[in-house]
Design a binder for this molecule. Structure first.
Ligand SMILES: Nc1ncnc2c1ncn2[C@@H]1O[C@H](COP(=O)(O)OP(=O)(O)O)[C@@H](O)[C@H]1O
Ligand SMILES: [Mg+2]
Length: 412
C-alpha cells in the first residue's frame, strides 16, 4: 500500500504504542484524571470537612439511621472528592463489621435528566449479582425507584447515596424521595444522602419539603489558596516521568487556578491537557510556555461539553455574543437580549439556517445562564425604558471560536 506522500506505510506499526512517546511522558496518567480519588495522605486541607462528614454518616456503619447533608462550594473545591473518599472509607470500615452497607454515586450533570439520574443510582447501588436490573431505557422514574427500594431491602443494612451536581436536575424530587424513604416506609433500613451543589445559593431554589428533610446540615467548602493548590498539584507530579515536568509549570498553574477562585479542577485538568499535548506533538518535556497553548483548548472542551446537550442553535447564540464581546473590548461587555438576537440572525443567514422563534431563543439564553456559560441580569430601566435583560459571556471569545469551528453546519 502506498500513501499520498510516497512514504512507506506499514500497517503493522500503525497502532504500535512504543512508536509514540506516551511512555516517555507518563508514569501514571490516572493521577491527572479529574475523577481519580487520591489516597488519604494526598488530600490537602480538607481534614476538618472529612471529619465532620464522617461524624454525620458514622451511625450507618452499625446500620443506624443518620441525617442527610448538603455540601456547597464552587467548582474544584474538593466536594466530589471528599464525598467519594468518605464512601470508600465507610465501605472499608463496614467490612470489619457485620453491616452490609450499600453505596451509590450519581453525577446529575452527566446523567442527562431526572429519570436517568435515578436509574444510574439504582445501577450503582445494585450488587453485581442482583436479580433486579436497571435497563437504560423503557422504565419510568417511579419504576426505577421501586427497584431501588427492592435492592435496598434485599441486600443492605444501611445505604449512603451521593447525588452530585444536584442543581443540574430540573426538580429536586429525587432528593426528597430518597431522603424521606425511611419516613415513608418504603425501605426498612436507613438511607442517608449526600447532596452536592456547585451553587452556593442552591438552597434557595429547593422545594420546602426537600429542605426540611435535610434540616440544616450543610457544609460549605471554601476555595483553596495558592499554596494549597500547589500542594495538590505537586502530589500529581508522579503522573509524569521524572524530568518531564519543568520546574515552573506547577507554580504557574497553581497561580492560574488560584485566580480562578481557587479551582483545583482547573489545575489538575491543565496538567492533563499538558500531558496530552506533549504526547500529540511528540515533545519530551512540558514547559511553562506550553500552558497558554492548552488553556484555550481545555476551556473549549469544557464549553463544548456544556453545550452538547443544548439545541444546535445555542452555538450560534453563543457565537453571536462572542462576536459582540470581541467587538466591544474595553466596555463592560454586557449586551441586551435584542442586540444578541440581531447578531444571531446575521450568523443564521451566514450559515443558511432558519432563525428560531423569539420564545425558543429566549429559552436558550436562559439555559446558557443556567449552565453558567453566560451571566444574566435584569435591568429596571425606568419609566420610558422598561425592564430589559443583559447578558455577559463567561468565556474568552477566542475559546468560543474553537467551538464555532467545530460546529457542523449540517446540524443547524
Ligand atoms: N483537597 C484536595 N486534595 C487533593 N486533590 C484535590 C483536593 N480537592 C480537589 N482535588 C482535585 O481537584 C479536582 C477537582 O476536585 P472535585 O472534588 O472534583 O471538586 P468539586 O467536586 O468541588 O468540583 C479533582 O481532580 C480532585 O482530585
Ligand atoms: Mg464535583
Amino acid at each position: 500500500m502506498t500513501s499520498d506522500s510516497g512514504e512507506d506505510y506499514d500497517p503493522e506499526t500503525l497502532f504500535d504504542t512504543s512508536r509514540n512517546n506516551r511512555q516517555q511522558i507518563y508514569n501514571n496518567r490516572e493521577l491527572v484524571d479529574t475523577n481519580h480519588v487520591p489516597a488519604a495522605d494526598k488530600i490537602v486541607g480538607r481534614k476538618e470537612e472529612i471529619q465532620r462528614l464522617a461524624n454525620v454518616v458514622s451511625p450507618l456503619i452499625d446500620g443506624q439511621p443518620t441525617n442527610s447533608v448538603l455540601i456547597y462550594g464552587k467548582t474544584g473545591t474538593g466536594k466530589s472528592l471528599v464525598a467519594k473518599h468518605i464512601m470508600q472509607r465507610l465501605e472499608v470500615e463496614a467490612e470489619q463489621r457485620p453491616t452490609d452497607i450499600g453505596t451509590a454515586y450519581v453525577n446529575c450533570g452527566s446523567a442527562n435528566g431526572t429519570t436517568r439520574a435515578v436509574r444510574n443510582i439504582g445501577a450503582s447501588l445494585a450488587p453485581e449479582m442482583s436479580s433486579v436490573s436497571f435497563p437504560t431505557r423503557g422504565l419510568s422514574t417511579d419504576e426505577y425507584f421501586e427497584r431501588i427500594w427492592e435492592v435496598v431491602n434485599t441486600h443492605y443494612d444501611s445505604v449512603i447515596i451521593t447525588v452530585d451536581e444536584v442543581d443540574m436536575l430540573r426538580d429536586d424530587s429525587p432528593l426528597m424521595v430518597l431522603s424521606r424513604a425511611g419516613e415513608t416506609g418504603v425501605v426498612d433500613v436507613p438511607i442517608s444522602i449526600i447532596g452536592i451543589s456547585n451553587k452556593i445559593n442552591y438552597r434557595d431554589q429547593m422545594d420546602e419539603r426537600t429542605k426540611s428533610s435535610f434540616g440544616h446540615r450543610e457544609f460549605v467548602f471554601d476555595p483553596y489558596d495558592a499554596a494549597q493548590l500547589r500542594e495538590i498539584l505537586e502530589h500529581r507530579r508522579e503522573a509524569f516521568q521524572e524530568n518531564v515536568l519543568g520546574d515552573a509549570v506547577i507554580p504557574r498553574i497553581a497561580a492560574l487556578a488560584a485566580k480562578e477562585h481557587g479551582d483545583a479542577r482547573k489545575g489538575v485538568n491543565l496538567l492533563f491537557y499538558l500531558g496530552e499535548h506533549a504526547v500529540e506533538e511528540g515533545y519530551d518535556e512540558i514547559t511553562e510556555a506550553m500552558i497558554d497553548d492548552v488553556r484555550e483548548l481545555a476551556d473549549a472542551e469544557r464549553l463544548n461539553s456544556l453545550i452538547s446537550g443544548l439545541p444546535s442553535h445555542a452555538r450560534l447564540i453563543i457565537v453571536a455574543l462572542a462576536a459582540l464581546t470581541k467587538g466591544d473590548e474595553g466596555t463592560d461587555q454586557w449586551f441586551r437580549t435584542s442586540d444578541i438576537f440581531d447578531t444571531y440572525e446575521i450568523y443564521c443567514e451566514r450559515e443558511g439556517a432558519d432563525p428560531l422563534s423569539g420564545e425558543r431563543r429566549r429559552q436558550i439564553l436562559d439555559e446558557l445562564s443556567f449552565l453558567e456559560i453566560t451571566e444574566a441580569k435584569t435591568n429596571h430601566g425606568g419609566k420610558n425604558v422598561g425592564t430589559y435583560k443583559e447578558h455577559r459571556l463567561m468565556y474568552d471569545p477566542d475559546v468560543v471560536e474553537h467551538v464555532y469551528d467545530a460546529t457542523d453546519p449540517a446540524m443547524l
